[in-house]
Write a protein that binds this ligand. Structure first.
Ligand code: SF4
Length: 240
């Protein structure tokens, strides 16, 4: 694969962004294939596990935009770059071409890999993975990701921190990491356990209530707690 080709797992929409700061906002998703992590509860294994590699299509930036143009009816909107880890794909040309047409770009990444082109995103959502993922935080890589997004210069994309929280240890992790970056908006969302392929809707609501009670008891007031709207509506269904 040439180093300008982007490995695409799926392109779908327009639908709504289901989580975080852009919740409810119309968007088209570009889900890239491949991830440098393997979280214990990953719910997008079809974009992570190399056994699905044959389903990932190498596409040029202009072909991706043509596809998105056909989905959006040629009207620009927010493009969400997701994965897998989109940060391991060569996305700079796509972002530049899309900007020329009036599209905006929000990218979500765990903060393990950084590139200079993060600075031309419109929104950079960094989602460090908590202890329940069985992944370990690389604090230096996280800081480099923030720097690439212009955290210290203040002239890059809007940068947000988002944490998936399953339990006490995850909550403490979120609070500790967030305390290092007091100027960044922080979003918490209850984790989604998959049971027999289905979203655990009852468990999600229990964790949502627990998170609200926990953070208010803690007087953690500069945080936003949101459910995953798309999971509430469609469960774990792919491509919505
Ligand atoms: S970082 Fe995201 S896509 Fe990668 S394994 Fe973890 S949850 Fe899945």
């Amino acid at each position: 694969m040439s180093n300008t080709m982007i490995r695409v797992s799926e392109i779908f929409g327009p639908t709504i962004q289901g989580e975080g700061a852009l919740i409810g906002r119309p968007t088209v998703f570009l889900r890239t294939g491949g991830c440098d992590y393997r979280c214990s509860w990953c719910d997008t294994l079809h974009a992570v596990d190399s056994k699905y590699r044959d389903e990932w299509t190498p596409m040029s930036a202009s072909d991706i935009l043509k596809r998105i143009d056909s989905l959006s009816g040629g009207k620009p909107l927010m493009i969400t770059l997701s994965g897998g880890n989109p940060a391991i794909q060569p996305l700079e040309q796509l972002i530049r071409l899309g900007h020329d047409k009036g599209y905006e770009f929000a990218m979500e990444t765990q903060g393990s890999v950084s590139h200079k082109w993060f600075s031309i995103l419109d929104v950079l959502i960094i989602s460090p993975k908590p202890p329940s993922s069985d992944m370990e935080l690389d604090g230096i890589a996280l800081f480099k990701t923030l720097q690439a997004g212009g955290y210290e210069r203040g002239n890059g994309p809007d940068i947000l921190l988002k944490f998936v929280v399953f339990d006490e240890a995850d909550y403490k992790f979120a609070k500790d990491v967030a305390s290092n970056y007091p100027h960044l908006p922080v979003y918490l969302q209850p984790g989604n356990h998959t049971v027999d392929g289905e979203a655990d809707q009852a468990g999600l609501m229990d964790r949502m209530r627990w998170l609200i009670e926990k953070s208010t008891q803690d007087k953690w007031y500069d945080v936003t707690i949101l459910p995953q709207l798309h999971v509430m509506i469609w469960g774990n269904k792919k491509g919505v």
